[in-house]
Design a protein around this ligand. Structure first.
Ligand code: NAG
Ligand code: NAG
Ligand code: NAG
Ligand code: NAG
Length: 210
């Protein structure tokens, strides 16, 4: 009898102990993303990406490095054989965001305050997030990306691709911020809040925009 109870107890304890391990084995992406969000808040974006630059200053980026809410809705509703998954869009967001930061860093002198006090740190936050993200979502070797995504990917990573566009440094991070809220909305919306971060018009109306 005692033996039985012991076994039962051990079984129960084992179950209870295993549970948290299982949960924490998948590291939470929302924590690091919220840190990214804080670094991308409107005050900091304006100060470091606009006020620190000459008026109307622009950098050259590839067309595909402009990734906005409209791109997301267009890709999400594309009617190809292979449907675009959220994962594909998140992968794209991560690549575009990091390339955008690099574009701006490339034109900044070593001692520029935007580099020293802002973008270097942001670049590190993205790198940390990327490591966690890849750990959490190991890529599925079996699955090919949908063609529409793969084409964008190829152009983004092609060093010889020409197709330049002038954009303000701030617009790169504005887009990065908005698309982040849309693509990772589980991290940013409360239960009582069914605000749609992916809706372009919501941002236009300027309700929660920043
Ligand atoms: C953005 O973050 C900075 C530094 O943490 C803070 O001083 C500022 O008030 C924040 N701005 C907004 C709009 O939350
Ligand atoms: C900046 O761009 C705006 C809009 O294109 C233009 O009206 C303004 O004159 C420009 N300012 C400077 C200093 O070039
Ligand atoms: C987003 O759309 C613009 C055109 O509106 C296009 O030039 C750009 O390549 C698209 N970006 C991505 C990542 O597909
Ligand atoms: C993509 O479309 C699906 C189905 O219409 C929708 O549930 C999802 O929220 C959309 N995702 C994004 C990021 O817009």
């Amino acid at each position: 009898m005692i033996q039985f109870e012991c076994r039962l107890l051990r079984g129960l304890l084992g179950f209870i102990c295993l549970l948290p391990v299982c949960i924490s084995a998948a590291p939470d992406l929302c924590g690091p993303l919220k840190t990214v969000r804080e670094s991308l808040n409107s005050t900091l974006r304006r100060r470091y990406m606009k006020m620190n630059f000459p008026i109307n200053y622009t950098v050259q980026v590839h067309y595909e490095e402009v990734f906005r809410l409209r791109n997301i809705s267009r890709l999400n509703t594309s009617t190809e054989d292979e449907p675009v998954q959220k994962r594909d869009l998140q992968d794209l967001w991560l690549l575009v965001s990091q390339q955008g930061i690099k574009r701006v860093l490339r034109v900044l002198p070593e001692r520029h305050p935007t580099r020293r006090k802002y973008l270097s740190n942001l670049e590190n936050l993205f790198r940390d997030f990327e490591a966690l993200y890849n750990q959490r979502n190991p890529s599925d070797e079996e699955r090919d990306r949908p063609e529409i995504i793969q084409n964008i990917w190829d152009r983004l990573t092609d060093p010889y691709y020409q197709g330049w566009k002038s954009v303000t440094p701030k617009s790169l991070l504005d887009n990065c911020y908005r698309t982040m809220l849309c693509l990772f909305k589980e991290c940013f919306s409360n239960e009582d809040d069914n605000y749609d971060y992916c809706e372009v018009l919501n941002w236009r109306k300027g309700k929660k925009t920043t």
